[in-house]
Every structure is written in structure tokens, then in C-alpha cells.
Design a protein around this ligand. Structure first.
Ligand code: FAD
Length: 413
């Protein structure tokens, strides 16, 4: 069947050509069917490799900034280009063909920035947005706690006002990239006398403040991607409260929506072409069952592509992100789970090997093991289904007896 070609306007085609010309000069093209090796399939788990990767993310963001390509949709007065979502999409399409990534800066660029633009004071926008765009500030997300993950609003890290500052005490966990972060978005409880969602505040915290202690955690893949973060008498100025005091849950929703959308549309670096290529090298393409599974895999990739296109078209038309971000996140989770099983089945007994002993240096084993990071981070599959059930299908909500009680009266472990 002939591919349908959608004509681009002259202006868009010119923008694409300019983007491509810049990228050709500043970056190397990805190796076809090996795109995943730089992402989740990366097998180098040494500390030096993590540090070098973090630095490469900063370097690429700086290159984008210095060449006038940073913050395509962000307002001009805060260092952005003031262009449209369509321009951002065109640039992302071109950039995805090159072996570069802002990787760990995505929290800052895709979650923190849009939240500050939506809810920040003039001071916060001028202080923080330009430093995100020029790669100076690396941000992490300090939301989850040992007793508050899916039920994030059950968090117990507390902040008490002392003069012009809040004093924060508590513990956060699973904080991606916190070991490299300059700043963090931090959720704290500022009011214990109201129901749980109404007593949370949203802080912008300097990670170099005395009392912030970050301890890396090792994941199933061997990488130390995330951390636990201990906060002891950490002082945060009132000027760094994003949104109103006790109204942080509303601000949080903006960040979470952008997070789900980022995970949903960002992919994992794996392409169907790479899976098909491995299938051929494993010699399983005549196996009828495997052929069926490969067809299903291709279908999942196509569904995600079109769903992503739909979400981006809606964004380009100025429609805010909604529960669709949960659909995308759920479908990505399903894809990494099923494709993970398929990859290991294709390799057969070789799937039990790792690193240099395994096919392609073990990068497919890494992809398989990374699936839980994708499926749990940003909200689990079960939680996305709850969101869809309640907000899209209009089903009755889960019984939540603790939703209306003052938080201080809610039973906790
Ligand atoms: C790779 C990775 C990166 C992360 N990065 C960050 C980060 O940077 N910052 C941050 O703050 N957090 C981060 N997280 C934490 C992540 O948001 C939480 O792990 C996630 O929200 C789940 O919370 P939990 O781990 O406490 O699991 P729990 O909430 O304890 O859930 C345990 C199980 O119970 C199920 N469950 C819970 N509630 C319900 C319900 N109501 N209905 C049905 N099933 C339910 C869940 O689906 C899950 O299977 C990251 C996690 C991962 C894996």
C-alpha cells in the first residue's frame, strides 16, 4: 500500500530544513536499528558512565541554547523562541534521527518548565526558566515517599513557617537524577488540619541547601538512576513556593500530566526496525507463532505513533492535555511488557546471558529489565486505569474514606 504523504506548508518545510542543517552540523546520526543502545539498552553501569551521560545531556542543551534552538514553545521574555507546538514537533522529529539527547534534563524541560510557566510568579519565571534553557540547572522531582507513591497525596514530609522561610523535614524516594540535580520540585505538607489533598504545598528547592542528603539506589538493571533523599531542617524561602500555600495539589496535576505525556510520547529508543532486525539475526522469522507476535509488536508501535500524533495535533490546536496522557502511558507500559517477553523469546536460551556474553552485548536484556522502570515511574498501570475509569468512562470512584478527613486524623503506618 502506498504511503500517504501529508504536504507540509512552505514555512514548515523551511523550518524543518533549517533544523536539519543545524543538526547535521552539530550532531552525529544514529546508527539504524541500534538506536536503543544509547538509551535503556545501555549496559555500562559504572559511576563514571552515569556522570559522563549527565554531562552530555547538559552539553547538548547548551548547544541547543547557544544556537537558538532551546525552548521552542516557551515565551520569548523568558528565553524561549515563542513558536508553536508544531515547530517543536518538527524539531523533535528531526532531532530523533541523531545520537543526542537532553535525557536527564527532561524533568526540567518537559515537567518543571511548563509548570512554572503555568503557575509561577514573575520572579520565579525570570529566575528559573532561562537557567533551564541554557543547561545551567538540572532539576529532579521530589514527590514520592516510602509511604506515598500511588497515593501521593498521603505524603508526610512537613514544612513549618519560620520567619521568611519554611523549614522542611522528611524523606523522599525514587528521585531520578537527584544525585546530579541543582534544583528540585518538592511536595510538602503545610496544613494537617484539612483533608489530604488540601494541605499540600509545592516548593522549588535548591538541592545544595544544607540538610539535603541524596543517596543513590541501584536498580535491577545495575544503573543508579534514582535515589532516596533525606531532608533535615532544610530552609526554603517563601519566594520559592510555586502557586499558593496549601494549593500545591492543583500545581502537581500540571506536572503529572506533562510527566505522563512525556513518558507516553518519549518512547524508549527501541524501534520496530531494531526488533525485526534481531528477529532475522535470531533466525526465527519462519516460525509461525513468532511471526504473529512480531505482527502484534508492529501494530503496537503503529498505534503509539498515531496516538502520539493525535495528542500532538490536539496540543498544536491549543487543547490542553487531558486524560489522553494516561492512555498513552498505559499503552507504552503494555508495549514494553509484551515486547520485553518477545525479545527474550526470540533469543531463546541466549536470553539467559548478560553483557558481553549475550547477543548485542546484552542491550536487549537491559531493555527487558528496564520495563518496570517505564511501567511504574510516572504512575503504575493500575493507577492509569483508575484515572481512565473515573475521568474518561465516568465510572464511580474508588471508595476513599480518607479523602474528607483532616489529614492529622487519617490512620497511617
Ligand atoms: C524508574 C522510576 C523513576 C521514578 N522517578 C521518580 C522521581 O523522579 N520522583 C519521584 O518522586 N518519584 C519517582 N518514581 C516513583 C513513582 O512515581 C512511584 O514508584 C509510583 O508512583 C508508584 O508508587 P510506589 O512505588 O510507592 O508503589 P505503591 O503505590 O506502593 O503501589 C504498589 C502496587 O499497588 C498498586 N496500587 C496502588 N494503589 C492502587 C490503587 N488505588 N488501585 C489499584 N492498584 C493500586 C500499584 O499499581 C502497584 O502495583 C519513580 C519510579 C520509577 C520506577
Amino acid at each position: 500500500m502506498a504511503k500517504q504523504v501529508v504536504e507540509e506548508s512552505v514555512e514548515d518545510a523551511e523550518f524543518r530544513a533549517r533544523a536539519r542543517a543545524f543538526l547535521e552540523g552539530a550532531a552525529k546520526r544514529k546508527v539504524k536499528n541500534r538506536e536503543h543502545e544509547a538509551n535503556l539498552g545501555n549496559t555500562n553501569t559504572s559511576h563514571e558512565a552515569e556522570v559522563a551521560y549527565a554531562q552530555s545531556c547538559r552539553d547538548w542543551q547548551r548547544t541547543l541554547h547557544d544556537n537558538g534552538w532551546a525552548g521552542i514553545t516557551w515565551p520569548k521574555e523568558y528565553g524561549g523562541l515563542g513558536l508553536t507546538q508544531k515547530h517543536a514537533r518538527i524539531f523533535a522529529q528531526e532531532e530523533s534521527k541523531f545520537a543526542v539527547s537532553v535525557g536527564m534534563l527532561s524533568v526540567a524541560l518537559q515537567m518543571v518548565g511548563p509548570t512554572i510557566i503555568a503557575h509561577g510568579t514573575e520572579y520565579q519565571k525570570r529566575e528559573f526558566l532561562p537557567k533551564i534553557l541554557n543547561g545551567t540547572h538540572y532539576w529532579c522531582q521530589l514527590y514520592s515517599e516510602p509511604g506515598a507513591g500511588s497515593d501521593l497525596a498521603g505524603l508526610t514530609t512537613r514544612a513549618d513557617l519560620d520567619g521568611e522561610e519554611y523549614v522542611v523535614n522528611g524523606q523522599k524516594v525514587w528521585n531520578s537524577g537527584a544525585q546530579f540535580a541543582d534544583m528540585g520540585i518538592l511536595l510538602v505538607r503545610t496544613n494537617w488540619d484539612v483533608p489530604k489533598h488540601r494541605g499540600i504545598s509545592y516548593f522549588l528547592v535548591d538541592m545544595h541547601t544544607p540538610g539535603v542528603e541524596v543517596r543513590p539506589l541501584v536498580q535491577i538493571t545495575g544503573h543508579s538512576h534514582f535515589n532516596e533523599t533525606f531532608l533535615t531542617d532544610v530552609r526554603v524561602p517563601i519566594a520559592n513556593v510555586l502557586g499558593d500555600i496549601d494549593d500545591g495539589w492543583r500545581v502537581t496535576q500540571t506536572t503529572l500530566m506533562h510527566e505522563r505525556s512525556m513518558i507516553g510520547s518519549g518512547g524508549t529508543g527501541v524501534t520496530f526496525g531494531a526488533i525485526a532486525d534481531l528477529a532475522q539475526r535470531c533466525g526465527i522469522t519462519d516460525d509461525l507463532v513468532m511471526r504473529q507476535e512480531l505482527a502484534k509488536s508492529y501494530t503496537r508501535f503503529e498505534l503509539l505513533k498515531w496516538l502520539g500524533g493525535r495528542a500532538k495535533a490536539a496540543a498544536a490546536a491549543g487543547n490542553p492535555l487531558g486524560p489522553e496522557s494516561s492512555v498513552m502511558k498505559l499503552l507504552v507500559s503494555t508495549r514494553v511488557e509484551r515486547d520485553g517477553d518477545l525479545l527474550m523469546a526470540m533469543e531463546g536460551a541466549n536470553a539467559m546471558l548478560s553483557n558481553a556474553d549475550a547477543p548485542d552485548g546484552g542491550s536487549w536484556q537491559q531493555i527487558f529489565l528496564s520495563q518496570w522502570a517505564v511501567r511504574i515511574g510516572g504512575g503504575t498501570e493500575q493507577v492509569q486505569r483508575n484515572v481512565l475509569g473515573e475521568r474518561v468512562l465516568g465510572l464511580p470512584g474508588e471508595p476513599r474514606p480518607d479523602k474528607t478527613l483532616p489529614f492529622k486524623d487519617v490512620a497511617r503506618n
